[in-house]
Design a protein around this ligand. Sequence first.
Ligand SMILES: C[S@@+](CC[C@H](N)C(=O)[O-])C[C@H]1O[C@@H](n2cnc3c(N)ncnc32)[C@H](O)[C@@H]1O
Length: 542
Amino acid sequence: MDPREVLTSVEKKPRLDIGVKRSEEQAVASTSTATTKQKPANGEKRSKKAPKKRKQKRTIPEPYSHDDVLWRDVRDLLGVEVADGIIEEGKEWNSPFQHGEELEVEVSAISSTGDGLAVAPFPKPPWVVIVPFTLPGEVARVKIHQSHRLHSVSSLLEIKTPNPTLRDDSRVKCRYFGVCGGCQYQQLSYDTQLDLKRNVIAKAYRNFSGLPESSLPTIGTTVPSPLQYGYRTKITPHFREPPKKAQKPEGSAKPDWLKIGFNVNDTSQVLDIEECPIATPVLNEAYGPIREKIVSDISTYKRGATLLLRESLPIIGDGNNGDINPETTICVTDHKGTVREKVGDKVFEYPANSFFQNNNSVLVPLTSYVRDAIFAADGISDKPRPTHLVDAYCGSGLFAISLSDNFEKVVGIELAADSIRSAAHNATLNGCQDKCSFLSGDAANIFSVVKDPRDYPRDKTVLIIDPPRKGTDENFIGQMMKFGCEVVVYVSCNVHTQARDIGMILGKETKDGRKYGVESLRGFDLFPQTAHVESVAILRLQ
Ligand SMILES: C[S@@+](CC[C@H](N)C(=O)[O-])C[C@H]1O[C@@H](n2cnc3c(N)ncnc32)[C@H](O)[C@@H]1O
């Protein structure tokens, strides 16, 4: 069954007291963090009593950003024709709500950003209210705190009628859930989370690829993360600078103004957080003493700071120290330190402040899936077996090195100088330095390096693209089409820019007039309990 059907067409369910009790607690937290009555966070100017009518910023969101994705969902929920009609009349900024207004709404859908979406109740004009931490079918009391184009953002005061089919609050493992902006889905079953993520991919391709549904394969079920809590190997809690009139803290007690943690949902206020259940146990153990040290040293900080906690295998001597006990891990906090991690039988070292995937438990399933998909046609079609691998946006060499056993020659390219140094070092660490080379520079430069078909025969070459959230660009895609290798794997942490790029790729032809088709498309859950999804598309020349 299409997960959307489960999640958007929910019959009314009887009110359940258990849901009400939790939401009362949550209401205290949500109201206390989202209204102007609350003391401002450290370093922020105290706002005077909020005016009833706030000047509304009329900003159109950056394409493919979080706000743009939300906007598409708002437009879909109102109905594209209705929304476009209001835009034509120039009334799309006329919010029917006052700042601070409280009302009851019925949530009818869940957005790709993980928020509940409700249509403003009659007699309000067509308008959407965004209600965080709620599910389709739930009736909630909310407080409006911002208005944008055809929608207003609210904070949740109380869930009056929970959706008992989807919600089970006993699943929630974090005491900050419902206030912290980190997780959206702890109240859901893990299967529902995976279904929702599949639906996000479907919507992204509908909204951003420009491709007819018939040109895409059925989107596969989302591959689960082996760990659903305790998986994050990196966290970056932060705190703000002490307020000017801050008293020197007495003894070891943490002053009230000092909040060390993550942002309150949808705000820039810091929520004081003592533990994070999605982070690994090693990070949580290290975090308590780190917090205590900050409290005792706080008078030495003139500014705020972002902490870094990253799980690592111990590195002894030059790092080439043979067998590593995978059970023993440490927490690296030095931004300039080195982190060591094992993925399957490969070892990776990288600078603590550089990019590496944050959920180690799912990296073997992810890299094995990519390998199996690349060789899926082997022995079935008359095409030659791939022998050469080009890893664009290679970071510290995760894909290049993990898959190196399956190829004769591998090349990676990466913009960040320290990551590319690590990739070369990792090739040596794993004994594949003779077949792997790594180049520093913009990803598009790789095509001038692999252009000689004697070095990289097109029919035996695979290209992996794993760009940052903004996706790749026209220059890269143009050169990739001229290169025209047999298989392309596009891995992305932002399925919306991936959909845009794949739409572009499918609209172009290689030099010899061939086109790519999408052979498979599915999500990987690198971020359980959150609305994020990693999307993997396999493209093959037709
Ligand atoms: C999502 S990460 C993927 C890294 C690697 N594939 C991995 O999984 O560990 C994207 C990488 O692209 C790099 N990057 C960003 N812009 C780039 C560009 N124009 N050319 C090459 N690399 C780039 C970033 O530094 C980052 O390491």
